[in-house]
Write a protein that binds this ligand. Sequence first.
Ligand code: UDP
Ligand code: MG
Length: 139
Amino acid sequence: MSNNRTFTMIKPDAVQDGHIGNIIHDITNAGFKIVAMKLTQLSSVKAGEFYAIHKERPFYGELVEFMSSGPIVAAVLEKENAVADFRTLIGTTNPADAAEGTIRAKYARSIGENAVHGSDSDENAAIESSFHFSGVETF
Ligand code: UDP
Ligand code: MG
């Protein structure tokens, strides 16, 4: 599996708060190339499928409700060491702990409404990218 692609979503909080442009700017400034992108909205069924790995966690219901509450930007990003470097760029899950200058530190509202998703492995990056994009939508 290649280690040069990751999958991201700009979550409903950041879209609603008007941060799409600034977040894309931060992402491309950090050296990521956009190879797929769209503005879309997840149904609660699709959000539940996407986060199925967290089904047993206490925050699952809230997470699914939040992620289907409004439009998101989904994207596939390319860069050497993409998964790890993107996790560094976005910061920790809880924005209160996120390093200064990270996307979550700058734009997230809370641990749940935390502005962006980033894949946690090359395997999940590939699964998540094909969940949202077909072959002809990915460049
Ligand atoms: N989440 C939450 N409460 C928590 C932990 C996570 O609402 O205590 C949400 C949050 O939106 C997070 C998502 O569930 O981004 C997935 O959790 P994960 O542990 O995979 O964090 P991430 O990989 O996004 O940093
Ligand atoms: Mg995760």
